[in-house]
Design a protein around this ligand. Structure first.
Ligand code: PBG
Length: 325
């Protein structure tokens, strides 16, 4: 008891503080999300996500070069197609925007890990993550499409696929398709516990993927649920997921922690667009310190149990982390 016990003794100086740190945050933990679009020399800013752009493939290469120089190990690609249709045909076209981006990235930067988001919402005219009939998002008929999308991304050279659609059975369907085509070594990072969240707003501006009717509550999870998240994670692991992701991150730190404690599995956390937008908006006003806030937030995700963090702050965070080495 005090005064014998004094926690402040180990906070006395920075050497001691560093020695007893319990959590570490490294550039190696980060994944940079990128938005790729058709055309040449395109660099469209996204109003609700300052610093993030829709990039044509040629411009994406500059972005990737920067990421590689900063030591960021991986990117995750989201595509904006030329045109949208009910089945999201471009999502699995050989010359689709994502496939083209993957090919160019792998050619120029063979050591950059290229992850592809597997979903239909960016490619469908109705903006839902699956096949729609009479106002319903159908589960089973969607699975074949998702498997095709993942396969075509792997054929283009993707190093990892990340299904974000939340259909039941999709990890199994994708695993089966990849294995049947010689891609048994390609890992699946599933968006295992993905909530129907208001924090995706800015992303939907960036990807033009807002649902044109209704919402995603019949497939994404209810924000009140914990037990259901553990069930989703368990199912994805049984179906062959290699990394399980929780999304969003900030309002779901308890879920990250529970997943980490309940399953001996690598956990991803998606620091989503709305979380990014809040920090950017407040720091632009001078109301918070951006660097400190971002690093504290990312560290919090690591402390909660995340092994990997997908974040739009990746380049800035990498700069800041490299500085303090
Ligand atoms: C596609 C997808 C979404 C995000 C990642 N993949 C949006 C959604 O479900 O509507 C959101 C990412 C973010 O907000 O940063 N299904």
């Amino acid at each position: 008891m005090f005064p014998t016990v004094r926690p402040r003794r180990l906070r006395e100086n920075s050497i001691l503080r560093k020695m007893v740190r319990e959590t570490s945050l490294s550039v190696c933990d980060l994944v940079l999300p990128v938005f790729v679009t058709h055309g040449k020399s395109v660099k469209n800013s996204i109003k609700s996500m300052p610093g993030i752009h829709q990039l044509s493939v040629d411009m994406l290469l500059y972005e990737a070069e920067e990421a590689v120089e900063l030591g960021i190990p991986a990117v995750i690609i989201f595509g904006i197609p030329k045109s949208k249709d009910p089945r999201g045909l471009e999502a699995y076209a050989d010359d689709g925007i994502v496939q083209r981006a993957v090919m160019s990235l792998k050619k120029e930067f063979p050591n950059l890990l290229v992850i592809t988001d597997v979903c239909m919402c960016e490619f469908t005219d109705h903006g839902h993550c699956g096949i729609v009939s009479q106002g319903n998002v159908l589960n089973d008929p969607t699975l074949g499409y998702l498997a095709k999308i993942a396969l075509s991304q792997c054929q283009a050279g993707a190093d990892m696929v990340a299904p974000s659609d939340m259909m039941d059975g999709r990890v199994g369907a994708i695993r089966k398709e990849l294995d049947a085509n010689g891609f048994e070594m390609i890992p699946i990072m599933s968006y295992a516990a993905k909530y129907a969240s208001k924090f995706y707003g800015p992303f939907r501006d960036a990807a033009g993927s807002a649902p044109q009717f209704g919402d995603r509550k019949s497939y994404q999870m209810d924000p009140t649920n914990v037990r259901e998240a553990l069930k989703e994670v368990e199912l994805d692991i049984q179906e062959g997921a290699d990394i399980v992701m929780v999304k969003p991150a900030l309002a779901y730190m308890d879920i990250i922690k529970s997943v980490k404690e309940n399953f001996n599995y690598p956990v991803g956390a998606y620091n989503v667009s709305g979380e990014y937008a809040m920090v950017k908006a407040a720091s632009a006003q001078g109301w918070i310190d951006e660097k400190g806030t971002v690093l504290e937030t990312l560290m919090g995700m690591k402390r909660a149990g995340a092994d990997i963090i997908l974040t739009y702050h990746a380049k800035d965070a990498a700069r800041w982390l490299n500085d303090c080495k």
